[in-house]
Design a protein around this ligand. Sequence first.
Ligand SMILES: Cc1cc2nc3c(=O)[nH]c(=O)nc-3n(C[C@H](O)[C@H](O)[C@H](O)COP(=O)(O)O)c2cc1C
Ligand code: SF4
Length: 453
Amino acid sequence: MGETLLLLKHRNVPGIRKYDVYREHDGYKAVEKAFNMTTDEVLEEVKTSGLRGRGGAGFPTGLKWSFIAKPEGVPRHLVVNADESEPGTFKDRFLMEHIPHLLIEGIIISSYCLGSNVSYIYIRGEYGWIIDILEEAIAEAKANGWLGKNIKNSGFDLEIYVHPGAGAYICGEETALLESIEGKRGNPRIKPPFPAVKGLWQRPTVVNNVESIASVGPIINMGGAEYAKIGVGRSTGTKLISACGNINKPGVYEIDMTQTVEEFIYSDDFCGGIANGKRLKACIPGGSSVPMLPANLLLRTAKGEPRYMNYESLSDGGFQTGSMLGSGGFIVLDEDQDIVYHTYTISRFYRHESCGQCSPCREGTHWLEKILKRMSEGHGKMSDIDLLWRVQGNIEGNTICPLGDAAAWPVASVIRHFRDEFEWRVLNGEAALNMRYGLAHYADPIELNKEAE
Ligand SMILES: Cc1cc2nc3c(=O)[nH]c(=O)nc-3n(C[C@H](O)[C@H](O)[C@H](O)COP(=O)(O)O)c2cc1C
Ligand code: SF4
């Protein structure tokens, strides 16, 4: 089964980035429909759709919207999170670059529902060319009467502003993002209060991922109940996956979350198999902050059942034997990849991006990087493995924001699943730098299928 195209339906239409072409392909129909509904009816459709936040945590979008406080006379805001700095994740970029009006349409409907008359797109500074694309699309929408005062006689006013960040991963965390828009250093806030009560300039605010908001137009068009029929269980609708690493066909795919992981990696409709005829060793299925899984636990759960590309199945087994769908950044590693070195590069990233507010994260990420660096260079000690385990354990759950967990989880997962490779690397010292550890017990699907027979 191939892709299910809702968000990317028109991706191959020449000129779809431009307003006129987008409008010819049913663009802005969802806004027209929403303006004939009450805000409560729009909220109900989003709730019924079962849409879960596509930024990583998977929190139900309709429920989040229902939390927004409505104090008399206080403006409310919608902020779209386009920071997309999680390594391996590049799906929002694809959406904004190719179909910017889908996002703008979603922002208009969502802002209408939430009562936001001034909404923001907070975008990472490195996406400079996309900032231009968005500005152009906003200007086109405005010129055609979809933004401004009393839009299409609906009585609803809206302006959208694009706010570029300066290139800090932590500014993707929703409260750091709000600080950054306010012109301050992007330090996460202590919660509560949550943004829905006190967000941007202490006003009620909803922060949602680009893909979450882009999904709102299709939900209104087809109705929440129809949208909820796509997918499986609590993983409703479609999900964009950015696939990269050692695969034949890296790219952005839209899936309905019913595919097995095996199908997603090996089918020509998706990743097209492991590049250069190599075998699968491991995968980070949801962006660099989620646990890495060895091939056997990636393709099959600990119960031996096929694993699927959705929220529930990827997390089956918890962190002992499962991982997370996260942001959908699917990073595939083949048999030649060095787990110790890759863990070191991930830890280096988190050390660099820690804002430094809390000691477990500021100091812990530094230690993780330092220990992993010496191990990956062939100077590790056997005791370093347990030391890594203790350091990551001291970070997890002890910090202001989840960046600390994001730094700890990958390290915990590799020690859990690849301890033998860490030991081998210590035993062989510098000599291991010219050797390949290989697959050990990390079987490929053919072997797994034979075992199952
Ligand atoms: C360190 C860190 C970085 C994050 N980066 C992003 C990001 O780039 N984009 C995003 O949508 N969410 C990111 N998040 C999650 C946001 O805090 C927030 O949960 C999300 O934007 C909510 O949108 P959603 O409910 O639509 O997923 C990040 C969280 C953390 C802790
Ligand atoms: S966990 Fe790290 S990034 Fe988050 S607030 Fe603490 S120091 Fe800053």
